[in-house]
Design a protein around this ligand. Structure first.
Ligand SMILES: Nc1nc2c(ncn2[C@@H]2O[C@@H]3COP(=O)(O)O[C@H]3[C@H]2O)c(=O)[nH]1
Ligand SMILES: [Zn+2]
Length: 819
């Protein structure tokens, strides 16, 4: 076996573990410049006024250059007393910060500055709410490190893309928070290197506790889990107990979530450029989705969202409810971050109203004018993203408690929200709605014996649409594992079986280091344990039947130093919960394979959500199959002599694609789940002219000349998409190479789907379009083109299925007779 080392020149020979230290392929010349400068200034003590500014949301990282930002991060650790308290070697902290800096990508939003902003907001919150006192230093250390690492190596495309595009990350993490798992994995890979291991002076138990905490915090930043976490947090707020570990865990998750989405708590001149960067990233993703024929994420589609509309929805439905819940527990934060957010919402509502009025009047003018030509859209900013206007000093109304205090009235207050938007209407769905739906898996953060009613406070979300797997697991006893794994397994089976090679290896160890490859698998399991909360110590009595064994615990704090000993769970903290894995409507909605789509389009009548009549015209005299058919017709398919039961093939493929006929309502459903015939995969299954209050950062930029430099450029160079920077390029698959992308190959140049491909082929050999007179069923029967085309479709499909082979094992589908 050839082991290829991709080591840092700098680190070579310094460490024994790992052999391949955290690696950055695209190490840029600027990185070493930044490091050089950072090392020049890192011993400087910042003036008090800068330290004070660092504690405010008004702090603008773009006032500083990269080396200064790293220095500012170091300052946070020092000011919080974490270096002294935990004996963190300063050189190690510096090395680690620099490596973290290097492992953020130059994408518009999820870049190193974003990580700094999140960390800085956490720092501001920590200071304002005195979290050191209430949570202790160790928890604060976990929070700060989590913030710094929470988006490491973010490719600029979110989980929705990862999952829909079936990237390597999605495959590796089974669609369960693929990005967050990746960020977390990178974080701990960095810490594996002794020179970067800021926790090197902790004992094993404390390290394990920190690791668990960081994993929990970073995984909590997946917006697919927003409602779940918020609902649980709101339940504990009235009875919050700082000595209750599960309460503290929830608080930490909410804190990092708040920091992560806190841009709108900043003054407009700081917040708005961030929003522009975010929209830039969103629009790039939706453009990629369009060009790749993937489902287009609605809140990222510039054809569907406006800047104020996006913010009205995000702030009103996602951000503010979270902030307000935290404010209930930590009232010190109301002035710091909640009121500014209310002001921002007010601002965007007004702007949105102004835009709506403007559009309406433009539309009316266009209708009334004979020459037309008026564009209904408002002028855009130079960036093409926004209408520039200023937030005003808040009116009395906005400074007081506004309508956002009444969540139930909120939807009505959100002027641009059409009725039903909260139910996840594709055009008005929030990021949380779409993320939940896309991720499919729901994981409870706490314990499987929680009352299901505990989620009832959650606003309408996909949780309500999908039956919780809590009850499924607990009621089905030993069937639990089969149910959960079966569900996950079948889902991925379908994908991998006919999927494209778009996935790019993100695992730098997959070819060069077998140990790491197996670590990768363990990582998934380990993450799952944490994710499902099996890691928390529990007694036998804690085990709820059907919830699986307690894994024994990552944490064992029995020997932890008294001072550092974290507060452990008081009650029984149990078990992993996958809730609501099966729903999400019909399977077609999630499948984007060409064949799947052709099937869907052939059979699904979008006008009434029913199967087309013709598509279910199935001969009744074939008694060997057809048990999945609805609305059986009569006669048999004899058009091209494919007597090799297309019905059986149909049954086969519906199962392969995880959908089936439901006799009663003639719709597809996704309940049917089968495992892949691929043994390899199976084995691996696993307006306003407004101005915001002038809270402004009055930093005298006198620390270094470079501090005077403002960098207004959007960092929008090369995007790494799903590629990890730590993957040797030669390990990457080319999506256009080899067999190519099956999905792409079925698309026209304009990206439209070749919905009628099979039909077209068959029509070549059949009678001319219009009417077919066929001689089955005794008397000649007149059938419509659509009916015959459908029959023809299945015949063709049957033939084609014979040629499908798994990309992994090259195994073909079994003969229908063997299905
Ligand atoms: N529309 C909108 N989305 C935001 C805003 N701030 C954060 N988000 C989203 O919330 C997500 C939180 O997790 P990520 O950082 O991965 O990506 C973030 C964005 O997609 C905002 O101001 N407006
Ligand atoms: Zn983030």
């Amino acid at each position: 076996m050839v082991i290829i080392l991709y080591g840092f020149d700098k680190y070579e020979g310094l460490s024994r573990r790992p052999e391949t230290p955290p690696h950055r392929k695209s190490s840029l010349p600027k990185h070493s410049e930044v490091k050089k400068r950072f090392l020049e200034i890192c011993d400087n003590t910042l003036p008090d006024e800068i330290k004070a500014a660092l504690r405010l949301p008004a702090f603008d990282s773009y006032e500083w250059d990269d080396a200064d930002v790293i220095h500012l991060m170091q300052t946070m650790f020092m000011e919080l007393g974490l270096i002294d308290k935990f004996n963190i070697p300063i050189e190690t902290l510096r090395e680690w910060l620099y490596e973290v800096y290097k492992h953020y990508n130059e994408v518009p939003f999820h870049n190193f500055r974003h990580c700094f902003c999140v960390a800085q907001m956490m720092y501001a919150i920590t200071q304002q709410a005195n979290l050191i006192e209430s949570l202790g230093e160790l928890e604060v250390l976990i929070l700060l490190v989590s913030c710094i690492c929470h988006d490491l190596d973010h490719p600029g495309y979110n989980n929705i893309y990862q999952i829909n595009a079936r990237t390597e990350l999605a495959l590796r993490y089974n669609d369960i928070s693929p990005l967050e798992n990746h960020h977390c994995s990178i974080a701990f890979r960095l810490l594996e290197h002794p020179d970067c291991n800021i926790f090197r002076n902790f004992n094993r138990e404390t390290f394990n506790f920190i690791r668990e905490g960081i994993i929990r915090c970073i995984l909590a930043t997946d917006m697919a889990r927003h409602n779940e976490i918020l609902t649980q947090f709101k339940e504990v707020v009235p009875i919050f107990d700082y000595s209750n570990r599960s309460h503290v865990n929830l608080l930490c998750m909410v804190l990092i979530k708040v920091a992560d989405i806190s841009n709108e708590a900043r003054p407009m001149d700081v917040a708005e450029p961030w929003l522009d960067r975010l929209l830039q990233e969103f629009f790039a993703q939706s453009a990629a989705e369009k060009s790749e024929g993937l489902p287009v994420t609605p809140f990222m589609d510039p054809d569907k969202v406006s800047k104020p509309g996006s913010q009205v929805r995000f702030i009103g439905l996602v951000l503010l409810p979270l902030f307000e819940a935290l404010g209930e527990l930590l009232p010190d934060l109301i002035d710091l971050i909640i009121i500014p957010v209310r002001v921002a919402l007010d601002y965007y509502k007004k702007l949105n109203d102004a835009q709506t009025r403007s559009r309406k009047s433009l539309a009316e003018n266009t209708e009334n004018s004979s020459d037309g030509g008026g564009s209904p859209s408002l002028p855009r900013s130079q960036s093409g993203i926004s209408v520039r206007s200023r937030r005003s000093i808040p009116s009395q109304k906005s400074a007081s408690r506004t309508s956002v205090d009444e969540p139930t009235c909120l939807a009505a207050e959100l002027h641009d929200l059409p009725e039903g938007s909260e139910s996840g209407d594709s055009e008005t769905a929030t990021e949380v709605d779409v993320a939940e739906k896309t991720s499919k898996f729901k994981v409870d953060t706490e314990c499987c014996n929680r009352s299901k009613s505990s989620h009832s406070a959650s606003r309408k979300s996909s949780r309500e649409k999908r039956p919780s797997m809590i009850s499924e697991m607990c009621s089905s006893g030993s069937g639990r594992m089969r149910n959960s794994y079966g569900n996950i397994h079948g889902y991925h089976t379908n994908r991998c079986h006919f999927g494209s090679n778009r996935a790019v290896s993100l695992d730098q160890y997959s070819t060069s280091n077998n140990r790491r490859l197996s670590d990768g698998l363990q990582q998934v399991i380990s993450d799952s344990n944490v994710f499902y909360n099996r890691h928390v110590r529990c007694s036998e009595n804690d085990v709820v039947p059907g919830c699986g064994p307690c894994s024994g615990g990552v944490i064992n704090n029995a020997n932890m130093a008294a001072n550092d000993k974290p507060k452990m769970p008081e009650g029984s903290a149990l078990a992993s919960i996958l809730s609501g894995g099966g729903g999400g409507g019909n399977g077609v909605a999630y499948g984007d394979d060409t064949l799947n789509m052709n099937l869907a389009n052939a059979l699904y009548d979008s006008s009434n959500s029913n199967l087309r009549q013709a598509s279910v015209t199935i001969p009744t005299n074939n008694k060997t199959s057809g048990n999945n058919s609805s609305n059986g017709g009569n006669g048999s398919c004899s058009q091209n002599g494919t007597s090799k039961s297309w019905k059986q093939r149909f049954k086969q493929i519906t199962e392969m694609f995880s959908f089936g006929f439901e006799k009663t309502n003639k719709r597809f459903n996704s309940a049917s789940v089968r495992s892949s015939p691929c043994s390899i995969r199976n084995n691996n299954a696993t307006g306003a002219d407004l101005q915001k209050p002038g809270i402004c950062c009055t930093i005298s930029n006198n620390m270094s000349p470079s501090l005077l430099k403002r960098n207004p450029d959007l960092v929008n160079s090369g995007r790494n998409r799903a590629y990890s920077l730590d993957v040797p390029p030669r390990n990457r698959y080319s999506s256009s190479s080899g067999g190519g992308d099956s999905r792409k190959s079925s698309r026209n140049e304009d990206n439209s789907i070749n919905r009628h491909d099979p039909f077209a082929e068959d029509n070549n050999s059949g009678p001319s379009p219009g009417q077919y007179v066929v001689g089955f069923g005794g008397a000649g029967e007149t059938r419509t083109t659509a009916e015959m085309a459908t029959t023809s479709f299945w015949s063709t499909l049957s033939d084609r299925l014979s040629n499908f082979a798994c990309k992994c094992c090259e195994q073909k589908l079994p003969d229908p007779e063997n299905v």
